[in-house]
Design a protein around this ligand. Structure first.
Ligand code: NCD
Length: 321
């Protein structure tokens, strides 16, 4: 089993992780993949531990994935869903987590519409906190499962050319992936309309900023790419401001389709964190085509989340049987 102690109490983002930390999660997740392929998909590793999934923003994949991961490790998984209104963001979130803490969970997995929500919660509880997406800030487990999928299909991440295209400005997936992939040695091209690509986003990376390039044409972003990751327009975060004329035009200029995929490497893979808006950012022919690894992302997501729950929720150790 993995001998190195994971040097973090919480997973609040990729930003504080070293390349070694990321590789530790990816390596460990590979040992968990097989459990999901068995007839009896359960090991006693986290028996007696409690995982609370507190999802205050819509989610299909991430919430199910954390719940399945917890259950496959024999932890007790409790799911709380609900929409947080703007009036209950501050005090009520803290009140909620203080009450949850009083029931002694081992891990709280939180998704919230406010950037920084997971950090706030971590300051007020004794258990481990996993950020399952906080506003436009980070979505670390998504970036880790994306890295696991890329490593599986390409055999490495170091030296790859990876295009991330879509609503970069509002995407926590883009931010977490930018940290994760550059830390593992990839070069990232970010592509969006000018209104959706924050000026100076490369500065987020400090010394590694030469590993990121921004493009305003999708053809330029995908030229010679090994991986093309498409992102949804985060309509729920746009407010009343129109950042592009209409979806047809967006799709024509920034969508991935059989018309422009030819510019990527012949063996380039197509990724998407879901939910896909078919025909907007991604043509159905590519979403369902031979280059698509989108459902593999979902499968590796369970193994990656099992690894995270093990590393953060098994204080005192567990065994994989
Ligand atoms: C992403 C999210 O919630 O940030 N989805 C996910 O977790 N798989 C991306 C999105 O909603 O577009």
């Amino acid at each position: 089993m993995n001998a190195r102690a994971f040097p973090h109490r919480h997973l609040l983002g990729i930003e504080p992780l070293s390349a070694e930390d990321v590789v530790q999660v990816l390596d460990l997740s590979e040992t968990f993949v097989g459990i999901s392929e068995r007839t009896i998909k359960k090991v006693p590793t986290l028996r007696g531990r409690t995982v609370i999934n507190l999802f205050l923003e819509p989610s299909t994949r991430t919430r199910t994935s954390f719940e399945i991961a917890a259950k496959r490790l024999s932890a007790d998984a409790i799911n709380i869903s609900g929409q947080a209104s703007s009036t209950v963001k501050g005090e009520t979130l803290l009140d909620t987590v203080r009450n949850l803490q009083a029931m002694h969970p081992d891990v709280i997995v939180i998704r919230h519409a406010a950037s920084g929500a997971a950090h706030l919660v971590a300051q007020h509880v004794e258990c481990a906190v996993i950020n399952a997406g906080d506003g436009t800030h980070e979505h670390p487990s998504q970036a880790l499962l994306d890295a696991a999928t890329i490593r599986k299909h390409k055999g490495r991440i170091d030296g790859l050319e990876i295009a991330i295209c879509g609503d970069i400005d509002h995407s926590r997936v883009a931010r977490s992936n930018l940290y994760c992939l550059t830390r593992l040695g990839a070069r990232v091209r970010l592509c969006a309309p000018r209104t959706m690509l924050p000026v100076g986003i490369d500065r987020m990376l400090g010394d590694a900023q030469d590993r990121v390039r921004t493009c305003f044409r999708i053809e330029e972003a995908i030229e010679g790419a090994d991986v093309v990751m498409m992102l949804r327009i985060q309509t729920e975060r746009l407010g009343a401001i129109g950042l592009f004329p209409n979806t047809r035009e967006y799709s024509r200029h920034f969508g991935l389709s059989p018309r422009n995929i030819g510019g990527a490497k012949a063996d380039a893979i197509v990724m998407h964190p879901g939910p896909i808006n078919r025909g907007v950012e991604l043509d159905p022919a590519l979403a369902d085509g031979p280059r698509s690894v989108i459902l593999d992302q979902v499968s590796y997501g369970v193994a990656v989340r099992m690894a995270l729950l093990y590393l953060l929720g098994a204080a005192g150790g567990g065994t994989v049987e």
